[in-house]
Design a protein around this ligand. Structure first.
Ligand code: GDP
Ligand code: CA
Length: 323
């Protein structure tokens, strides 16, 4: 089976780990969000691609959900001793090596998709990880603070300000020009199933869908999404601040309407959101919290089962079901 999944950071990566375990023989292509990317001290940092790569490759800090395991922060301390800004972004020493390799290759002229493939040669994530675009498209957030109304990089709003200042607007700078990276549209065309993991619907999934041609390519496919919102709140993080910025309620219903048909055909919600309904979409309630590998695997399996049911109504798909 060929599966395509979009992905942001933690929610996406944990879901993908479950998916690999639920569908071991499948060919999985992951289209990663690069709207969160930032240049720090001259280094190109791709937080979401790295979270997927480290999580699936066994190098993630499990508790934190991002960054390297067994990390140290000597470089960060030394930079701070020089008074170098920004000091609010936590770059670990092991992580820095990834960004150095990436930046070197980009400077040598390789596109981000080729660089990501090269980094994955070390991590062997078990999926084909492709950035949504090789072009530069960065999420910026319009805020008003003591310095007036201005746009800051998404990471400054998210990490430094902890999204405590309301986002008046969320803009993908370069979004209109960005083209899908090589392989993205072909993978979607070849896919039997497309999954939208419980990633941030605005700045992860929403950003990927903004890249010209990706949404259109997905629409004719069987697409199943998993709600990142349970009982009116994000499972973790501050997705509610992003939804507020685009005038969408923080509910599983509103996020489904945001994606809507014809993009999404199936939608998994938590038991407490079982009342969610939308014409043209099959909604099912399942346990949505990924506590460990087993619960992530069950969630991925539920998404695959729903996709199979939507693609071939009436046919059993799980082993042991009547065919
Ligand atoms: P980020 O880039 O690290 O913010 O990660 P993502 O964009 O992949 O995902 C963030 C979203 O994942 C948040 O809106 C969370 O509510 C959601 N999320 C995180 N863990 C879980 C989980 O166990 N279950 C579900 N349903 N959503 C989750
Ligand atoms: Ca992210």
């Amino acid at each position: 089976m060929r599966i395509v999944s979009l992905a942001g950071g933690i929610g996406g990566a944990r879901f993908l780990r479950g998916l690999l375990s639920a569908a071991p023989g499948s060919e999985i292509t992951v289209i990663g969000n690069t709207g969160d990317d930032i240049t720090l001290y001259g280094l190109q940092v791709c937080p979401d691609l790295d979270t997927v790569m480290y999580t699936l490759g066994g190098g993630i800090d499990e508790e934190q959900g991002w960054g390297r395991s067994e990390e140290t922060h000597v470089v960060k301390e030394e930079l701070a001793a020089y008074g170098v800004e920004p000091q609010w972004f936590g770059l670990g020493d092991r992580d820095v090596a990834t960004h150095i390799v990436r930046t070197q290759m980009l400077k040598a002229g390789y596109p981000l998709s080729a660089v990501t493939e090269a980094l994955c040669a070390r991590w062997r994530p078990g999926v084909r990880l492709i950035p949504m675009t090789d072009d530069r498209a960065e999420t910026h957030v319009v805020i008003t603070d003591e310095r007036g109304r201005r746009a800051v990089h998404f990471q400054e709003w998210w990490v430094r300000l902890r999204a405590s200042v309301p986002a008046e607007q969320i803009i993908l700078v370069g979004g209109d020009e960005a083209r899908p990276a090589p392989g993205v549209l072909q993978a979607v065309a070849d896919a039997d199933v497309v999954l939208l993991p419980p990633s941030n619907p605005v700045v992860s999934i929403g950003t990927i869908l903004r890249v010209k041609g990706i949404r259109e390519a997905l629409e004719p496919k069987t697409v199943v999404g998993v709600s990142p919102i349970v009982g009116g709140a994000p499972v973790r993080g501050m997705a509610d601040a992003c939804l507020r910025a685009i005038g969408v309620e923080t509910t599983a219903q509103a996020v489904l309407e945001l994606y809507g048909p014809p993009l999404v055909n199936g939608w998994l919600v938590a038991e407490e959101d079982a009342g969610v309904r939308l014409d043209g979409v099959r909604v099912e309630a399942r346990p949505l919290i990924m506590r460990d590998l087993a619960s992530a695997r069950d969630l991925a399996r539920a998404a695959l089962d729903l996709a199979a049911e939507l693609a071939h109504p009436g046919a059993g798909v799980r082993e042991g079901n009547a065919r």
